[in-house]
Write a protein that binds this ligand. Sequence first.
Ligand code: SF4
Ligand code: SF4
Length: 390
Amino acid sequence: MSAGPSGKPGKHEPFSADSVSRQLDYCTYCPKMCRHSCPVSTASGRETYIPQVKMDRLNQLRLGRSQFTTESTDPLWACTGCRHCTMYCDHGNEPGLVLFAGRAAAVDHGVPHPALVGYSERFRAREQRLSAQLATGFKEHMATEGDIGYWPGCDAIDKGAADIAAAMALFERVGLDSVKIVEAPQACAGYPLLAAGHTDLFRWHAGRVAASLRGFRKVAINCSACLYAIRSQYAAEGVSVRTEVVSLADVLAPAANNLACSLNRRTVYYHDPCYHARYNNVVEAPRRALGGLAEVRELSWAKADTECCGGGGLLPKTMPLVADQMAKRRLAEVQATGGGMVVTSCATCTFMLKRNAPPSVEVANLATAMAQLSETPFTAPPSSPLDDEI
Ligand code: SF4
Ligand code: SF4
């Protein structure tokens, strides 16, 4: 569908002051070369939300040519950090990361997004609720140390308990029964704090999560954005992680050979989470994990050119209708061909796609899909409704 990405992600140190200024200047004077690539502007139909305009708006704020107000900072929140624009930028500019830095500046100026007022307190309360919920549902599977740990992520604990149960059943079935859920006072690795512009709280939280992971040699993370946060942004904030962090797909792919495949191999589509595909390089592992159990079919926008489902950047909180529209766009292709199963490997993508799926499309997290396709039984505790507070 596309001519192929031309940008070079990772070319910049996006948070250094010089780099931010340079990127903002390049974007301000750019003839909008990446305008087609932003799913937020496409889904919303708003010119104000194309990457060039968002970056120009932040540049005007940086240069003091406009004041920080709720209205002037609105475009900074119209981004999921999906990095698709970067793939089409000859300069390798990183609007997603720069706009997140702009959000931190907005918070410093006392102008958080109206939907995120009091977010740090709300985040802490949700952490307490979800870590208690995880302990209630999965106590016998939890430990503070071991060889391999499993970090389900906040959205799975909240809305995808079945996916956690499926992962534990799969581990046991393939001989990885020593894998334990990481027992910790935290449920989330902190990406939402970055996206909300709370850099100081993110740094503090990252230190606590790193300490919780320390008892394990390796931990499989079930959230694409939090895997990115641990691998890239913890170090950027001076927090070192001694534990090897990988995606759930990285652990399940080699073990998938030990699962019996049903005689009737289904065809499934795979949705690449944008943070996995463009930051974490988790592209082939989920396909290998699924490939032994089903025929994996590609969506038109796939692998490094995937399109965001709307779950990133706290967009489901700040612009919920646009976020839902992005998820619907993502599934429209499958719906148009008669429907089917769409599998993804991120807890946030799973609930965003699920709550926007038409009746003909079944959405499944990687672990649940693998358990279903290999007829591995599992029993799930109850979850919150998909349209509940995120
Ligand atoms: S990211 Fe690159 S292509 Fe997009 S507006 Fe900025 S300079 Fe132009
Ligand atoms: S990172 Fe994604 S959502 Fe943000 S401006 Fe670029 S394409 Fe749009």
